[in-house]
Write a protein that binds this ligand. Structure first.
Ligand code: ADP
Ligand code: TPP
Ligand code: MG
Length: 351
């Protein structure tokens, strides 16, 4: 990587902007029929036929969203794509194309960008999406990667944040809190390394949570699973900022309240163990940690039997009338704790 002095590194100036773009994007195949014009023209062209076009964009900034002290560039490229595909999955749509924009300082050699694009290519291949364009510019400060994701879906299948009704069940996929604890491990080992570069990082036993932080996946598989069960969620959102924040978004848009049961929140064993190691309440990691990229949705109570024993889904609460407000039902005591947490916020986190 960057520190590897044995390898000759190529300055970006050697290729120039156009040479760089060509070099980075030449090995991206077009696999979607809807992609009519891809990289190389003034704009890309998509043929959506009878489907609606679903579009979302998210930006990752060095120092705010990632720290290059411990995040490998290939993982960064992969994650930048995945977090955007997650937003398309949260609309119950299928992602088909992405655009990628990077602002990069000329302290980066071409090889660093190759690493980022290797991660992007991996994600494109894994999720069968086409890279159809983007923008490349220089930056005097940190690295910024912005991805726009496009998906196509039949209008009646698209699920928004605003359809939850009182008594609907609140359901989440997978398990939560892992990505936050993975980040705590990376931060801890990075500060140990900065204090003494000869110390070996202690990463053993943390594989699952490190993967949740460094190589998250988008739940594009859920759409098909729900279709097989003949369930169309009434509202849906992905868990990027933390469960509390996302529940409040559904509440806000759907004009309902929620009761969220702490004891029902799914967590992996390693998330619980690592929380204990850091003297943290694991439920707090799920509520405010973020970056789990699971899907949170509501379903009609009449659909309960269809999902009650499904390994991918956990019912964690239910919607109430809006006037009742949003509460966490505490483990054991059944005490109602107002759900006020706002989850992870890029502007609040910098104190
Ligand atoms: N700078 C901006 N200009 C216009 N719209 C924005 C901007 N930032 C966010 N949005 C819009 O606000 C909404 C919420 O954004 P955000 O909280 O980032 O959602 P998500 O967590 O799904 O990425 C989205 O519809 C998004 O497109
Ligand atoms: C250095 C560093 N700081 C903080 C985090 C944690 N973090 C980064 S992004 C994020 C949540 C999602 O980010 P946001 O920009 O809010 O995305 P959106 O909700 O728009 O999808 C979190 C919790 C991290 N992974 N690395
Ligand atoms: Mg966003």
């Amino acid at each position: 990587m960057l520190e590897d002095k044995s390898q000759e590194l190529t300055p970006i100036s050697k290729l120039g902007e156009f040479g760089l773009i060509k070099h980075l994007t030449e090995n991206f195949p077009v696999v979607q029929n809807s992609t009519k014009v891809s990289i190389g023209d003034d704009a890309a062209v998509i043929d959506s036929e009878n489907q609606k076009v679903v579009v979302s964009t998210d930006m990752l900034a060095e120092g705010v969203h990632f720290n290059l002290g411990y995040v490998p560039l290939k993982h960064l490229g992969y994650k930048a794509v995945v977090v955007n595909l997650s937003d398309i999955a949260a609309m119950n749509a299928t992602p088909t194309q992405i655009l990628v924009s990077v602002a990069v300082s000329n302290r980066f050699p071409v090889e660093a960008l190759e690493e980022i694009y290797a991660g992007i290519a991996l994600a494109c291949n894994r999720y069968k999406v086409d890279l159809i364009g983007g923008d490349t510019t220089s930056s005097n400060a940190g690295l910024v990667i912005s991805v726009t994701a496009i998906g196509l879906e039949n209008e009646e299948k698209i699920v928004k944040r605003n359809g939850a009704k009182p008594n609907d069940l609140l359901v989440v996929t997978g398990d939560l809190g892992g990505a936050y604890l993975g980040l705590q491990i990376l931060e801890r080992e990075h500060s140990v390394y900065l204090a003494n570069p000869n110390m070996q990082p202690e990463m053993e036993g943390y594989d699952y949570i490190l993967e949740r932080q460094l190589k998250p996946e988008a739940r594009t598989d859920i759409k098909k699973k729900l279709e097989e069960l003949d369930i169309l969620p009434t509202s849906m959102i992905d868990v990027s900022d933390g469960l509390a924040s996302e529940v409040l978004h559904l509440s806000d848009q759907s004009k309902v309240g929620f009761h969220l049961y702490e004891e029902k929140i799914p967590m992996d064993e390693s998330t619980i163990h690592t929380s204990e190691e850091f003297n943290l309440n694991p439920a707090m990691a799920t509520l405010n940690g973020g970056e789990d990229y699971e899907l949170l949705f509501t379903i009609s109570p009449s659909d309960f039997d269809k999902i009650k024993n499904h390994p991918d889904f956990t019912v964690i609460g239910h919607a109430t009338a809006e006037e009742q407000g949003n509460f966490l039902v505490a483990r054991g005591s059944n005490q109602l704790i107002p759900l006020t947490a706002q989850g992870w916020d890029a502007f609040l986190n910098k104190e």
